[in-house]
Design a protein around this ligand. Sequence first.
Ligand code: SF4
Length: 318
Amino acid sequence: METLLKINNLNLGFEIDDKFYPAIKDLSFELKKGTIHAIIGESGSGKTMSVMSIIKLLPKNAKITSGEILFEGKNLLNLKENEINKIRGKKIALIPQDPMTSLNPLYNIENQMIEAVIEHKKCSKKEAYDIAINKLKEVNVYEPEKKIKAYPFELSGGIKQRVIIATALALEPDIIIADEPTTALDVTVQAQILEILKEIKNKGKSIILISHDLGVVSSYADFISIMYSGRIVENAPCRVLFKNPKHPYTKALIEALPYNKEKKLKNIKGTPSPVNEIIEGCEFHKRCDYAEDICKSKIFHLCQQEDLSNVACRLYDC
Ligand code: SF4
């Protein structure tokens, strides 16, 4: 399987009151062509910052200290703002959590989609309109000729999210980053949006899907990376991860899934540490049932296992 995007040892942190707080630690993963790679983690685990660093949409006080993000033979971290602008949207598109933050309430959908298409494709207004209608059809918007005339407030959350996905698709990106695309939607609409993402993947696109809900993405992802406190603690093909989870945090997440009827529902003890608390050793040690003294001082890095999963834990160290 061809690798489309590769992140190597990315480290990023925040400068707050002259202090530096690490937020992304030694992040490495590959996005394969025509796959959905889900990044799962609790709120504040660093999953959104990880993908925002790909398109350089980071807060002002964020600082990347090392690593590389390889795409089309270039390290994206070395690109100037005008160079990354050519990639953002056109080659790597973002679908945000809340569609209202990306749609302008003052303009109808037609104006917003056509403007985006013309800017990126330099085509005529008529061509841009035809592309917009086709993409709205592709994401199953009923009566697209009517919906395109509507203003955002006239559409449901599910349709607005489809409009965002259609706009992203109209620019024909190679990679789509979907940042919790279903969080603001109700459960039935969530499934429809995830089905659309799966159809898009089946047509050859590659998707990075950010979610806090391992259960929701389990039917859609090809690969899963589990993040905890800024670090990927396990990544694996989806089937492998569910059949044989290894990292204690991954196991705990799976045991906490409501549909896991084989075992008693289990809570993960404790709470994640705040970003401004620097933890020595394994970041999970205060919550881990298998922690030993060495876990309080040593950082374990991802180590490849026989079944192709990678695990950062003393129990699976190389
Ligand atoms: Fe638990 Fe230690 Fe593994 Fe961390 S390194 S997950 S504390 S056993």
